[in-house]
Design a protein around this ligand. Structure first.
Ligand code: DAH
Length: 340
């Protein structure tokens, strides 16, 4: 009987050592230690043994059982460790590899300029207004003192949508919309950034471009307020040692009107290619709000006065970043855009 037991133990241990996976180990466990397993069967036959041999036989069975269990557990543990090691190896990350590049977008240069201008004027207590891009003739022209057949309408050859609506040719209509909303309150102190459209297309003109309108209405607003405001703006935008120059000009909605030049930031005013040897660069149009415009929007020009200005965003961006062709802003060429 003991021989048979030894034989069984030997077989069992050999088979356990050969098992290739946990399932096979489990099968062997059932085969030897299960309810109908070989060792269990032998234990059942203890009654066939002489009574005095039984304790020894029982002991021997227990020993074999223990050794099979121990081997089984040992192999299970080894297998688990192997599997874990294999899995870790498969899933391991080489943290010394260079990272994969994610292409991040950048802020468009025109948006950068608009944000910068907004920041400067918000700092001076202005708020930001917006208006529709499809505008009526009334707001785009008439309310800005440009009646039908007025020759100045030709200054802004525009895209009509219907007989009386058009893609706005300037952000100035937002002046009127804001005044109508605010009247009779003062002060009005707003800027309005936005897209505008004109029939124009060359290296410095695009059929779609951007302006930032400014409007201030209050009691006793004077030309010197306009000049001081623009000087503050220009110095923050183009450098603390910039000077400005107001040149008499004409806009139907301002009287008097002025075009504003800044001292050239490339040469400091000595004359260079950027300022075409004049020492000055034109950056915006401005003026004192025409009494007719105030009146049409409901304000009393005897009570309040105001100034307004219009900044060309593309022009500022071209000057600031030295860009020679306006069309680059709208071609979406990453080689251009990724430089900002
Ligand atoms: N709207 C003018 C244009 O598009 C720019 C402008 C000039 C706006 C003078 C103003 C202003 O508010 O006062 O040419």
């Amino acid at each position: 009987m003991n021989n048979k037991l030894q034989e069984l133990q030997k077989m069992a241990l050999e088979k356990l050592a050969e098992a290739k996976n946990a399932a096979e180990l489990n099968e062997l466990k059932v085969q030897y230690l299960g309810k109908k397993g070989q060792l269990t069967q032998m234990a059942r036959n203890i009654s066939e043994i002489a009574a005095e041999e039984r304790p020894k036989f029982g002991q021997a069975i227990n020993q074999v059982k223990a050794s099979i269990e121990e081997s089984l557990n040992q192999h299970l543990k080894e297998m688990e460790e192997k599997m874990l090691a294999a899995q870790l190896k498969k899933e391991s990350i080489d943290i010394t590899l260079p990272g994969r590049n994610v292409d991040l977008g950048t802020v468009h240069p025109l948006t950068m300029v608009i944000n910068e201008v907004k920041d400067i004027f918000l700092g001076m207590g202005y708020s930001v207004e917006e208006g529709p891009q499809i505008e009526t003739e009334y707001y785009n022209f008439e309310a800005l003192n440009l009646p039908k057949e007025h020759p100045a309408r030709d200054m802004q050859d525009s895209f009509y949508v219907t007989d009386s609506t058009l893609l706005r040719s300037q952000t100035s209509p937002v002046q009127v919309r804001t005044m109508e909303k605010m009247v009779p309150q003062v002060p009005v102190k707003i800027i309005c950034p936005g897209t505008v459209y004109r029939r124009d297309d060359d290296a410095t003109h695009s059929p779609m471009f951007h302006q930032i309108e400014g409007l201030v209405i209050d009691k006793n607003i004077r030309m010197s307020d306009l000049k001081g405001t623009l000087l503050t703006f220009v110095r923050q935008m183009f450098g603390e040692d910039r000077e400005i120059r107001l040149r008499p000009s004409y806009f139907p909605f301002t009287e008097p009107s002025a075009e504003v030049d800044i001292s050239c930031f490339a040469c400091g005013g000595k004359g260079c290619r950027l300022c075409k040897d004049t020492g000055w660069i034109e950056v915006l149009g401005s003026g004192m709000v025409h009494p007719r415009v105030l009146e049409m929007s409901g304000y009393d020009p005897e009570e309040v006065t105001g100034f307004a200005f219009g900044i060309g965003v593309e022009r500022i961006a071209m000057l600031k970043y030295g860009i020679g062709d306006i069309r680059l802003f709208f071609e979406n060429d990453l080689r251009f855009l990724s430089q900002f």
